[in-house]
Ligand binder design. Structure first.
Ligand SMILES: Nc1ncnc2c1ncn2[C@@H]1O[C@H](COP(=O)(O)OP(=O)(O)O)[C@@H](O)[C@H]1O
Ligand SMILES: [Mg+2]
Length: 355
């Protein structure tokens, strides 16, 4: 039996979403192949083993009895040292958390040091995918089509000089975002000069780097990717938010968006989106799984918006629904993600580390 740590919660603003995603993954994991070891990361960063996984995912970590669990970073025998004195060996980790300290290469680095195989992208893909500036620069270097953008950092991201720098480069409306956040947090669509100043101020309060993008009037298309070097794309879907754009409320309130799968864009555009999704995945050296988001403009151009290396995986999330529509149900999906993580670890073992 594979001793699999399902790691959920986390220190980011998306702690709650992680619980919902973990609920889906826990339900889909094949209990005949793996023992699921629950590991919750509290909002303050403590690692805990709840006594009851279902209760922790339903009621939250704070409301569920748990003991402290320390990851033992020992490639010869990775596992968890538990407060009751016992040691739980581990073979695999499935971090299903979003945002900072979760999707950004930090926990992936920790798992590498511990010698554990794990689900999803490695350190580089995760870190670059989380940083909207680096992500867009790498996409640009690979010739992937995107909206115009500029990045302002530190003092240059605030005040009249920042507003002037943006106005010199981009027409209104513009999207102003903290470089390192997700779930539309700290983001504003600024329609004019007055809104831009406040938008920059807000984004700069979340991050030292602020990205400002030309607004695409296009339709929002999402496509899921699965694989390692041999990655393949799902059918593409279209997100139709009830709000002006896909903001936090639209993302996480039931009924605030509709998802059309497959997107009604014709076979040619379906194929183009799939190819771009795999190209974006490969550009960042991603592995396992990801969801790639696009804008389809009126003139037919498909622009890459972003990649999410740990996309939402609740039952209503795009990622599992896109795969279901492609013929890969939840169980097969989660099983393949685990297999891909194991295969990557095995491939790594055959690479020389001496010199
Ligand atoms: N340049 C843009 N043009 C048009 N809409 C945008 C643009 N950037 C963001 N949006 C809207 O805001 C949403 C969230 O932005 P996104 O860059 O995906 O950030 P997050 O990482 O928070 O999901 C998008 O799904 C889209 O609805
Ligand atoms: Mg997004």
């Amino acid at each position: 039996m594979l001793q699999l740590a399902l790691i959920f919660g986390g220190r980011s603003a998306e702690h709650e979403i992680s619980l919902a995603s973990a609920r889906f993954v826990a339900a889909m994991l094949d209990r005949e192949k793996c023992d699921v070891i629950p590991v919750g990361i509290a909002r303050d960063g403590r690692w805990l083993q709840p006594t009851d996984l279902e209760a922790a995912l339903r009621d939250g970590l704070d409301a569920t009895p748990a003991q402290a669990a320390h990851l033992v970073v020992d490639p010869a025998g990775p596992g968890l040292q538990l407060a009751d004195g016992s040691f739980q060996p581990l073979d695999f980790a499935f971090p299903i958390m979003h945002g900072t300290f979760a999707e950004d290469g930090t926990i992936q680095g920790l798992l590498e040091m511990a010698g554990l195989a794990y689900a999803g992208s490695g350190v580089v893909g995760s870190a670059v995918g989380m940083d909207k500036e680096l992500m867009k620069d790498v996409f640009a270097a690979r010739g992937l089509p995107q909206v115009e953008y500029l990045v302002l950092r530190d003092a240059a991201a605030r005040g009249a000089a920042a507003v002037a720098a943006v106005e010199q480069r981009l027409p209104y409306p513009v999207f102003v975002k903290p470089v390192n956040l997700g779930s539309s947090v700290g983001m504003t669509k600024a329609h004019d000069h007055a809104e831009l100043g406040a938008a920059l101020e807000l984004a700069a309060s979340y991050d030292r780097k602020v990205i400002v993008e030309a607004s695409s009037p296009g339709r929002e298309i999402e496509c899921a990717v699965l694989g390692n070097e041999d990655a393949r794309a799902s059918v593409a879907g279209e997100v139709i938010p009830a709000n002006e754009y896909y903001d936090y409320e639209a993302k996480y309130t039931e009924g605030m968006m509709s998802f059309v799968i497959p997107a009604d864009i014709g076979a040619g555009k379906q194929a183009e989106v799939g190819e771009l999704a795999v190209a974006a995945f490969a550009a960042l050296d991603c592995s396992g799984f990801a969801r790639c988001d696009f804008f389809l403009e009126d003139d037919g151009r498909v622009l890459v918006n972003e990649i999410n290396t740990i996309p939402g995986m609740t039952a209503m999330s795009g990622f599992p629904r896109l795969w279901a529509a492609t013929g890969v149900d939840g169980r097969a999906l989660v099983d393949e993600i685990v297999q891909l993580g194991l295969r990557r670890q095995a491939a790594r073992g055959s690479v020389r580390t001496d010199h």
